[in-house]
Design a protein around this ligand. Structure first.
Ligand SMILES: Cc1cc2nc3c(=O)[nH]c(=O)nc-3n(C[C@H](O)[C@H](O)[C@H](O)COP(=O)(O)OP(=O)(O)OC[C@H]3O[C@@H](n4cnc5c(N)ncnc54)[C@H](O)[C@@H]3O)c2cc1C
Ligand SMILES: NC(=O)c1ccc[n+]([C@@H]2O[C@H](COP(=O)([O-])OP(=O)(O)OC[C@H]3O[C@@H](n4cnc5c(N)ncnc54)[C@H](O)[C@@H]3O)[C@@H](O)[C@H]2O)c1
Length: 464
């Protein structure tokens, strides 16, 4: 669409932002701007495809280790193009269908498939939003522009061929050797995916452990396990990278050594997209972390401009972006100045790393709880000490619970082991609804001999 359009509401970003307009918004004219693939990060290049790859990796991992159960299975071969086709053959039509729905079946909505930026306000106070072909004047705006992968200048500027999570899932061939720079979520998940499918993985961490943002016991155990199967370089600083004549890539380190691979994945964090919106022209501020500043209702400094998700949130997680979208959606319906606005609930935000073993956490780490001066009790319960852990021959998994001594208030839970993101859910529920450790342990049945018994035993083991 070209020319100038007047709308009640403009939404920048078709990830979580796309969920805002439902039938309650049918009487409002709406513009949705999307410069990339419709549906945003989670659907197209994030949570959903990665977990579909992770599942294939789990199947391979299970077959490879089946001997321990007396079942002699083998991974004969991995058909990478078939895996890619299965995943994107499912996802791409969902993205296309989502866009088609908005374009063809929502008469009050116009989709602009272009980059948009603010360009001040008009004389009536409406926000001017400009794309290369169109100008939209909006009474209210939701900034749901997400974040993008960052690449350190040493790699971005050296001319080497590299991948990010945006394109590594669409490689034509499974690389024999993959170098990953970074040691956070993306690095741990792709190391698992590629490693389990047969790639030799080198992982380059600038710090002394992988997944350092997690509880120290989890990070330490995970780093040990990782070093047994991947080529792990800790405390290692990259000084450069070059393409090799054989089509490979070489990454060099400060100590004069290097590692060679067939492909390079850069997984060094994501940056909020607020810096590409000319926010200064409308008085929306960005905080010291580069996030669009907003209050707990999602209101930015500019009246009528709201923000949600990765662009403004302290958490770059889809369940948080979805929650914030529901809050902003409710508040849009109530009105900017309503005295009953809904607030974001960031009290107990859980997270999971779908690597191997799986990891999940909620609440405080032990270090943080001690730093806060809380009187805590900690119980570490091994998966291998409960019946389902025996069944699985698990020897590395554990559940670590942190509670307040005296009250039994649950402060944190950190689990590494099979189905950790599922096993942890009752703790998220207990913390969210204020259930203490003793009531949680004995106020309900725990199915025997199911995996959550690891949690039950951890609760019972706390010295309250
Ligand atoms: C590899 C990977 C795996 C992940 N796995 C998980 C997981 O398992 N669980 C989990 O909870 N989270 C996961 N995440 C994080 C999750 O994907 C994000 O937190 C979530 O998608 C953010 O949603 P959003 O709506 O804020 O932004 P997005 O979904 O990124 O949507 C923002 C959209 O805005 C568009 N846009 C930006 N600027 C402009 C502009 N100026 N003009 C027009 N359009 C614009 C972008 O193209 C984008 O489509 C993962 C992320 C990655 C990268
Ligand atoms: N399962 C999930 O929920 C999931 C999965 C993938 C991604 N995500 C989200 O996406 C975000 C981005 O993931 P990510 O792994 O890219 O980021 P991250 O913040 O988890 O990890 C970044 C890693 O890069 C390292 N690093 C940063 N700058 C570097 C530099 N200049 N040189 C070398 N190393 C450097 C950091 O030390 C860290 O190890 C995460 O914060 C997470 O919220 C979530």
């Amino acid at each position: 669409m070209t020319g100038t359009q007047l709308v009640d509401l403009a939404i920048i970003g078709s990830g979580s932002g796309n969920s805002i307009p439902d039938e309650r918004f049918d009487d409002r004219t709406i513009a949705i701007f999307e410069e990339g693939v419709y549906g945003g990060t989670c659907l197209n290049v994030g949570c959903i495809p990665t977990k579909m790859f992770v599942y294939a990796a789990e199947v391979a991992e299970m077959a490879r280790h089946s001997d321990r159960y007396g079942v002699h299975a083998r991974v004969e071969s991995v058909d990478w193009p078939a895996i890619v086709d299965r995943i994107f053959g499912r996802i791409d039509p969902i993205s296309a269908g989502g866009k088609e729905y908005r374009v063809d079946r929502c008469p009050n909505i116009t989709v602009y498939s272009a980059h948009v930026e603010f360009d001040g306000r008009d004389d009536d106070g409406r926000y001017r939003l400009v794309t290369p072909d169109a100008v939209v004047l909006a009474t209210e705006v939701v900034i749901a522009a997400g974040s993008r992968a960052t690449v350190p200048p040493i790699i971005a500027e050296c001319g080497v061929r590299y991948h990010t999570s945006d394109d590594v899932m669409r490689l034509e061939r499974l690389p024999e050797r993959l170098i990953i720079i970074g040691s956070g979520y993306v690095a741990a998940e792709f190391a698992h995916v590629f490693g389990a499918l047969g790639t030799q993985v080198s992982i380059i961490a600038r710090g002394p452990a992988l997944l350092r943002h997690l509880d120290a016991d989890i990070a330490a155990r995970f780093t040990e396990i990782a070093a047994e199967k991947w080529d792990v370089h800790l405390d290692t600083h990259v000084t450069g990278a070059v393409d090799l004549p054989d089509g490979g890539v070489r990454v060099s380190f400060e100590d004069g050594t290097h590692v060679d691979g067939d492909a390079l994945l850069v997984a060094t964090g994501r940056k909020p997209n607020g810096d590409r919106l000319n926010l200064g022209s409308v008085g929306v501020t960005v905080n010291e972390h580069g996030r669009v500043a907003c209050d707990r209702h999602g209101r930015t400094d500019a009246t009528g401009v709201w923000a949600l998700g990765d662009v403004s949130s302290p958490y770059q997680l889809k369940h948080v972006a979805n929650h914030e979208e529901r809050v902003v959606q409710a508040n849009l319906l109530k009105g900017w100045d309503a005295d009953d606005l809904v607030a974001f609930d960031h009290r107990f935000v859980p997270a999971a790393v779908f690597t191997h073993p799986q990891i999940a956490s909620v609440g405080l780490t032990e270090t943080r709880a001690r730093d806060l001066g809380l009187d805590i009790t900690v119980k570490v319960q091994a998966y291998g000490d409960v019946a389902y852990g025996w069944a699985m021959e698990d020897s590395t998994g554990f559940c670590k619970l942190i509670a307040e001594r005296g009250t039994g208030r649950l402060l944190g839970c950190h689990i590494m082991g099979p189905q950790a993101p599922t096993v942890i859910q009752p703790v998220i529920q207990a913390m969210s609804f204020g259930l203490n450790a003793s009531d949680m342990a004995r106020g309900q049945y725990w199915i025997h001999p199911a995996m959550p018994e690891v949690l039950e035993n951890a609760l019972l083991g706390l010295e309250l």
